[in-house]
Design a protein around this ligand. Structure first.
Ligand SMILES: [Zn+2]
Length: 68
């Protein structure tokens, strides 16, 4: 397969706290290697929530012609 290139743009993905609806969730612990759970904590109310195989905030890249 030949090498192909395309221009992309970075998009930041955040998760807003389910409890207070205002704070951003940030990673607060290591990933459990068995379950894949990653503990996060709300910056405002300290609510704890785990996301499986997902981390916030994170950066994804999408093509210039793609919608968010
Ligand atoms: Zn909160």
């Amino acid at each position: 397969m030949p090498e192909i290139k395309r221009e992309v743009r970075p998009i930041e993905v955040n998760y807003v706290c389910d409890t207070c609806g205002q704070g951003m969730m940030v990673r607060s612990g290591e990933m459990d290697p068995v379950s894949g759970d990653i503990e996060h904590r709300c910056l405002i109310c300290n609510h704890l929530q785990s996301f499986q195989w997902r981390e916030y905030p994170r950066i994804v890249h999408i093509g210039l012609d793609e919608d968010i």
